[in-house]
Design a protein around this ligand. Sequence first.
Ligand code: 1CP
Length: 354
Amino acid sequence: SLLSPQHPLRAANTADSAMLQALTGRASAHTPVWFMRQAGRSLPEYRKVREGIPMLDSCLNPELAAEITVQPVRRHQVDAGIFFSDIVVPMKLAGVNVDIVPGRGPVLDVAIDSMSDIDKLPELEDSALDVIREAVSNTVEQLGSTPLIGFAGAPFTVAAYMVEGGPSRDHLKPRTMMHANPEAWAKLAAWAARTSGQFLRAQIEAGASAVQLFDSWAGSLGEADYRRFVQEHSATALSMVEEFGVPRIHFGTGTAELLPAMHEAGADVMGVDYRLSLSEANRRLGGGIPLQGNIDPALLASGSEALFAHVDQVLESAQAAPTHIANLGHGVPPSTDPQVLTDLVSYIHTNTKK
Ligand code: 1CP
């Protein structure tokens, strides 16, 4: 059964957690930390419960999704859970023929390449999101006073998979479509924005205390194209959850030149990848915005001396920002030794204690 499906009241008991304090620019007793892709293949307990169950089936099984979300919180003592799902789950729930292929990622049966394909895209029914509400509700119950971060893919990143039909390096097809067929692009990006916005709303309604919009591939865009073809659609997705008042994090990789434009789309907190120092990110954003990041995932395998020296630099650089949420600059690599993550959480908590 779902508790308070209309309002984020269930988030109330997380308001004074270090994570929510930092996300809202308030002082906290220590720097909170979570990791993108903290759930997943780096954990033996994840590999065990996922055995024989396809990725999207796992995402649509509320008990399993909740268990996988809670696993890294239990093991690492991170300051938040990130909901176990995927950026293509809402398009799947809308009825788009998409699968997640092991070792590859999201793949569509038929790539989207014309206005007629886009005209045929099904709308996501709100009732189709009940399975997500149930999983979130379940998770929030188990997490207690530890906040849950909900997420969705940003319109560009989601549309890039749809137009390419699968993962790609340069995202040439969506970048071509923007210029060759701007009306089709706008219609597709608006569909992706609505669908991701609905996915975020469902997670907050069921108790998520914050959300992150992942524009993982925005870094393949120049600033002019980002502003002209993408920004308004990310703004739509973010505005669809504005009324709830939960902090909205906006993250992408390779986005050093895009940070101000991404912030202007309506985020409260900016995620920074590992390529740009947090003090420089703070300068580019004009100061005053809580920052999340940006430990280089490569350092997780470099031994503790190099890792902790790097982490010291990140924590030092973060002093420039009003508040800091420690995280990686991108996801946990599947080959990561989980003990390194546990030790890293403890190191950050100990060394930032006020
Ligand atoms: O079988 C498996 O274990 C599949 C691997 C996997 C996992 C664990 C995929 C396929 N998705 C996920 C979960 C996932 N995806 C989470 C869960 C929670 C957590 O972070 O712990 C999240 C937040 C995502 C979001 C996601 N999916 C993004 C944005 C984040 C990022 O890493 O930039 C993207 C780009 C995807 C697409 C995707 N799904 C899966 C893969 C391998 C990919 C990337 C494929 C590519 O390279 O294009």
